[in-house]
Design a protein around this ligand. Structure first.
Ligand code: ZN
Length: 112
């Protein structure tokens, strides 16, 4: 399991992600006023990122950078529980990938 993160911290992130997952689905399916592009973004970009983070928690490799394998700082996971890269790898990733690809990997949540 993650050596740099406590079990309590990961459990907190998990609950946060589960709640955000539910809110994302509810808002996207119940709110008919939501613009279609926004709804699609929520369902096909935000939701998969949340699911991927929950799968990493399940698998026991949550909190490690996808690219360099280093532990992702706790502060970053507090702001972005779905983050799969450390800041420097994320910056490198954004330099070589299209904006769509970056958004898919690193969605910006309009509302917390
Ligand atoms: Zn990294």
């Amino acid at each position: 399991m993650c050596k740099h993160l406590t079990h309590e911290f990961i459990e907190g992130r998990r609950l946060h992600l589960v709640n955000r997952r539910k809110v994302t689905i509810d808002r996207s399916t119940v709110e008919s006023s939501m613009p279609e592009a926004h709804r699609q973004y929520k369902l096909f970009t935000v939701l998969p990122a949340i699911d991927a983070a929950l799968q990493r928690i399940e698998a026991g490799d949550y909190g490690y950078c996808h690219d360099c394998g280093e532990g992702i700082p706790q502060k970053r996971l507090e702001l972005r529980p779905e983050a799969c890269r450390c800041v420097s790898c994320q910056e490198a990733f954004e330099k070589v990938n299209s904006p769509q690809e970056v958004v898919r990997e690193h969605p910006l949540f309009a509302r917390a």
